[in-house]
Design a protein around this ligand. Sequence first.
Ligand code: AMP
Length: 517
Amino acid sequence: MPNIATTLTGARRLHAERTALRYADRHLTYGELDDAVRRFASALLSSGLRPGDRVAVFAKNCPEYVITMYGAFAAGMVIVPVNAKLAGPELAVILEDSETRLLVHDAASAAPVEAAAGPDLATLRIGPAFDRFLAVGDPDQQVADLDEDTVAWLFYTSGTTGRPKGAMLTHRNLTAMMWLELANVCDYRAEDVALHVTPLSHGGGLYLLGAVARGATNLVYSGSSFVPGEVLQLIEREGVTVIAFLAPTMIVMLLDADAESAADTSSLRRAVYGGAPMHLDHARRMVDRFGAVFVQIYGQGESPMTITYLDLAEGPVDDDRLISAGVPHPGVEVAVLDADDRPVAVGGTGEICVRGDTVMRGYLGNPEATAATLRNGWLHTGDVGRFDEHGRLTLLDRSKDVIISGGTNIYPREVEDALLLHPGVRQVVVFGEPDEVWGESVTAAVVREAVADVSADELIEWCRTRIAGFKKPKRVVFVDELPRNAYGKVLRREVRDRLVAGVGQLSSKERLARPAM
Ligand code: AMP
């Protein structure tokens, strides 16, 4: 299994004149991208860096991001993509943990970079300095020969809690991920126009690999934040055929903007989503509007983008399928295990565990966390789920989010699904609050639809007929927005901590939200 960068070499051989990357008014062919990548690899090596050294990127999506990624692979170095929304101290933790030697960043991130950079860290700013660096490189630089278990990508966990951990993803992991992406998620072709709207530091960057390997045109969205009306127009104007990856919140935003935009999106043949739960009514609206072009993926940094998939183009789009996370990728073994790592019978609930070539090597410099996560030959995902008799996996929750009330487990997702069926509920997050009698009690933080004036009592009553009485919320709090991390995931624990810390009611004026996506 070769260096993952050879997939770009292969694409160049077949498609040198075709467009590889488009970003605002910039345009690079596969020939130009491959030249830039080789120059970058050569410049890295002549600047004193060695194979195995870490090269971090802290920037919004742009062509240089892609050049840095593939350039580091080609040089046998390790890419450390850092979420561009992090603050200086958060960046500093990752730079230190990863022992980064070079930090590539954009102009917008100059302040956090200055706050985070130590004396031993070289920095390279995207713009004229980056161009000069490239210019000294050799476009004939060879792609490094390496063992496939060499680390290629340090994937820092999104850090909704605790200190971030760097999952070591090898060339083997990325190659296996890419094969399964091309086989089961999107069969990219050179004629495709693939739109990339999510950060390349995360799933968006990982899923670029399949599109590049097949010589597709990669249209990298250049908006500073996700503007759904603009994205819909872009799909029509550019004849986008694939949306490479979307967070569920983005789909909800697209649906909400749809009536006003009236864009023709009939060019779309595939759209990939995942990374967080998608509630049933949203999934239904999504299929009604855009058709069965969607594929959901369930994965995590530790088995990047690849555990199960749900291809809505295959088979009926019934509710049971829509709320599931689909079936395991062939070749990736997925099991639901109990606390002693014994398999749970079909229909039973347990921790989702994974084996296969996509599973990380471990967490960099953190043998305790590695041993806790890679136990008995399995990656322990920390997600709770169950298989049904059709082999489909349904995710319930992160194990840490399970509410234990009166000794009974309550999965917040089930309560959220029931509440979301109410027409007055736009978004909801459910969590446990300490309760003297029950241990924990169920609380829901709800964002109402703009025109709805539904009351807490009405919502509790609504749940009574839809879920078991012990699961219905004891308390409903109305908020304007829900806080999300930089990848659009609702920060359930942050909502809970603030409510439980005595904020009591999150006032409607109080904006909890960090910037969305
Ligand atoms: P990260 O490692 O930051 O990508 O986060 C991975 C976590 O996101 C998983 O362990 C799940 O808890 C959640 N997740 C990923 N994909 C899905 C999905 N399709 N549905 C529900 N949750 C998901």
